[in-house]
Ligand binder design. Structure first.
Ligand SMILES: [Zn+2]
Length: 138
């Protein structure tokens, strides 16, 4: 078994979907290959983090739906899954930035409106023109 083949099996191995002979082959490769066993540790930790995040953020069936979509899109390959995880992170960051910008725009707009509304009654209430006209007439 070569490195690429071993890493292709990570998803199925993680989900316990490998045949016993495949498990045997993969485990003997992981025992012999430091690179791949480190890769496997990273994969397992990443999967734990992802499912931890989903458990925290998403209710019920959504976790399974997202995990299945990741699995389907990546066709079981580790690096595809890692990329889609960072893509998800990028999308979330982008949405947060948009929300902050929107909130900022709304806040500045609201302050401008408040300033305008406060300004108008003050200038109307003073109406110094009538007094000035009176003073001028006398
Ligand atoms: Zn290897």
């Amino acid at each position: 078994m070569d490195h690429d083949r071993a890493r292709e099996l990570f998803t199925a191995y993680h989900d316990e979907e490998l045949s016993s002979s495949e498990v045997e082959e993969l485990e003997s490769h992981l025992a012999a290959c430091k690179e791949c066993s480190e890769e496997w540790d990273t994969y397992r930790r990443t999967m734990e983090e992802i499912s931890g995040l989903h458990r925290f953020a998403a209710p019920g069936g959504m976790t399974e739906a997202v995990e299945q979509k990741i699995k389907r899109r990546s066709k079981g390959r580790f690096f595809g899954e890692q990329r889609s995880f960072s893509t998800q992170f990028a999308i979330v960051s982008f949405i947060l930035i948009l929300l902050f910008m929107l909130a900022y725009l709304l806040m500045t707009e609201v302050t401008e409106i408040t300033v305008l509304e406060e300004d108008d009654p003050i200038t109307d209430g003073k109406t110094p023109t009538a007094q000035e006209r009176d003073a001028g007439a006398r």
